[in-house]
Design a protein around this ligand. Structure first.
Ligand code: PLP
Length: 440
C-alpha cells in the first residue's frame, strides 16, 4: 500500500468506538464514495457492505441531496425552532407523515439515533404523567439491545461494554431477556421458530415491579448492532399485546430498520405490529447530514399537547431540531426513495440475499447465519480465550481485500445500500467467504 502524500496527522482526533492506538498504527482511511463503493486514501475501491453505518440506504454521492443541501444553506442556513419555525421543517414532517410507521404521524426532530431514543423515553414519561399515571417511571429495555449512547439509551440498552464504565445509570430500568437461542434456531431461514414466549418476560417484570410503575418498553424490532438478532415468530405481537394490556407504551427503535432495510418502509409494516412511538435516524437523510426523527401516535401527542395554549407543552428539544440543511437532505432523500422504489426494493432481493449468505454455511467456524430483508449476520466461533479476535481479523482482511463489513464480537454483519445489484450481492458474499476461509 502506498500512503497518500497528504496523509493527515492522527493524534488529535479521539475516535469514537475505536481502538484508537491500534487504528492509528495501521489506519483505514476512506477518502471518497460513489454508488456502492468507497475509495480508500490509497486509491483502492471498497465495496460498501454496510451502507456506511446502516445509513446510506440510497447509495453514496447522491447529487440531488448535495444540491438540495447547498441550495438550502444559501437560502436559509439556520433558524431556531424554539417559538419560531421555518417552512422546510414543516414540509419535511408533512411528507414523513405520509409514510409514517404504523400511521404514527406526529414527528419530533432530533440529530441522531441516540437523541431520538432519549426523546422517545422522555415523551413516554411525560405521556404517563399527562394521563394521570405519574407513578409510571420505569423504563424497560432488553439484553443485547442497542439504543445509542445517551444515558437513557445505555440505561435501557443491554450491551455490557457500553454500560459498565458509566454508572450509575438511570434508576428504575430493567431488561427483558434477549431472544438469541442458537441451540434451537441456528441457520434458520426466515424468522426463528422458537422464542415467542420470551416476550412473557414483560409479564414477569410486571409481576415483579407492578404495571403501575412501568412507563414504556423499548426494543429494536430486529436487533442490529449486537449482531443481527431476528425476533422469533410471534414475539413482537405478544410483546404488543402484553404492553397494551398493562398500559405500557411500546417503543420500536427503528434507527436501523427504518427506511426500507427489511423491504418495507419500516419494521412496523414488516411485522404488522403497531408501536406507540418509533425512533429513527440514519436512513432519514441517507447519512448525508446528521438527523433523527421520533414518530408518535396521535394519542401520545394529543395527551401531551393540551392545557393552556400559551404553555410550552414539552420542555425538550435541540438547537438543531429540524435544521434546515438536514430537512433539505431528508426531503431529497425521500424523493430518491420514492422515485427508485427503494423503501420496498429489499423485498425483491431478499430471497437472493438469503440464498447467497446461507451459502457460507459450510465455511470453517461459521456457527449461525441470520438474514432478513437486506441484513445479514454471520456468526463465527470465537477463538479460544480471545473472543472477538477472529471477527476483527475477518473485518480487517475484508477491508484489505476491498469489502466493508461490520463486526460485533465474532459476528459479521452486512447491510448494503438498497441500490445493490444481485451481482454485487454475490461479489460481497464471495469476498466475505474468502476472508472467513483465509482467517480460519
Ligand atoms: C437501534 C439503534 N438505536 C440508536 C442508535 C444510535 O444512533 P446514533 O449513533 O445516530 O446516535 C443506533 C446506532 O447504530 C441503533 O442501531
Amino acid at each position: 500500500m502506498t500512503a497518500s502524500t497528504n496523509a493527515p496527522k492522527l493524534d488529535r482526533y479521539w475516535m469514537p468506538f475505536t481502538a484508537n492506538r491500534q487504528f492509528k498504527a495501521t489506519p483505514r482511511l476512506l477518502a471518497g464514495a460513489e454508488g456502492m463503493y468507497y475509495t480508500s486514501d490509497d486509491g483502492r475501491r471498497i465495496l460498501d457492505g454496510t451502507a456506511g453505518l446502516w445509513c446510506v440506504n440510497a447509495g453514496h454521492g447522491r447529487r440531488e441531496i448535495a444540491d438540495a443541501v447547498g441550495q438550502q444553506l444559501r437560502e436559509l442556513d439556520y433558524a431556531p425552532s424554539f417559538q419560531m419555525g421555518h417552512p422546510i421543517a414543516f414540509r419535511f414532517a408533512e411528507e414523513l407523515g405520509d409514510i409514517a410507521p404504523g400511521g404514527l404521524d406526529r414527528v419530533f426532530f432530533t440529530n441522531s439515533g441516540s437523541e431520538s431514543v432519549d426523546t422517545a423515553l422522555k415523551i413516554a414519561l411525560a405521556y404517563q404523567k399527562a394521563i394521570g399515571q405519574p407513578g409510571r417511571t420505569r423504563l424497560i429495555g432488553r439484553e443485547r439491545g442497542y439504543h445509542g449512547v445517551g444515558f437513557g439509551g445505555i440505561s435501557v440498552g443491554g450491551l455490557v461494554n457500553n454500560r459498565r464504565t458509566f454508572g450509575p445509570l438511570l434508576p428504575g430500568t430493567d431488561h427483558l431477556r434477549h431472544t438469541h437461542d442458537p441451540a434451537k434456531n441456528a441457520f434458520t431461514k426466515g424468522l426463528p421458530q422458537h422464542g415467542a414466549e420470551l416476550a412473557d418476560d414483560l409479564e414477569r417484570l410486571v409481576a415483579l415491579h407492578g404495571a403501575d410503575t412501568i412507563a414504556a418498553v423499548i426494543v429494536e424490532p430486529v436487533a442490529g448492532s449486537t449482531g443481527v438478532l431476528l425476533p422469533p415468530v410471534g414475539y413482537l405481537e405478544r410483546l404488543r399485546e402484553i404492553a397494551t394490556r398493562h398500559g405500557i407504551l411500546l417503543i420500536f427503535d427503528e434507527v436501523i430498520t427504518g427506511f426500507g432495510r427489511l423491504g418495507t418502509p419500516f419494521a412496523t409494516e414488516y411485522f404488522r405490529v403497531k408501536p406507540d412511538i418509533v425512533t429513527t435516524a440514519k436512513g432519514l437523510t441517507n447519512g448525508a447530514i446528521p438527523m433523527g426523527a421520533v414518530f408518535a401516535s396521535r394519542e401520545v401527542h394529543d395527551a401531551l399537547v393540551q392545557g393552556p395554549e400559551g404553555m410550552i407543552e414539552l420542555f425538550h428539544g435541540y438547537t438543531y431540531s429540524g435544521h434546515p440543511a438536514a430537512c433539505a437532505a431528508g426531503l431529497a432523500t425521500l424523493e430518491i426513495y420514492r422515485r427508485e422504489g427503494l423503501l420496498t426494493r429489499a423485498a425483491s432481493l431478499a430471497a437472493h440475499w438469503e440464498e447467497a449468505v446461507h451459502g457460507l454455511k459450510s465455511l470453517p467456524n461459521v456457527i449461525d447465519i441470520r438474514t432478513i430483508g437486506l441484513v445479514a449476520g454471520v456468526e463465527l466461533a470465537p477463538r479460544e480465550g480471545a473472543p472477538g479476535k477472529r471477527g476483527y481479523d475477518v473485518f480487517v482482511d475484508c477491508f484489505n481485500h476491498g469489502l466493508g463489513v461490520r463486526v460485533t464480537g465474532d459476528i459479521m454483519a452486512l447491510s448494503p445500500p438498497l441500490i445493490v445489484e444481485p451481482a454485487q450481492i454475490d461479489a460481497m458474499v464471495n469476498m466475505l467467504g474468502e476472508s472467513i476461509a483465509r482467517v480460519a
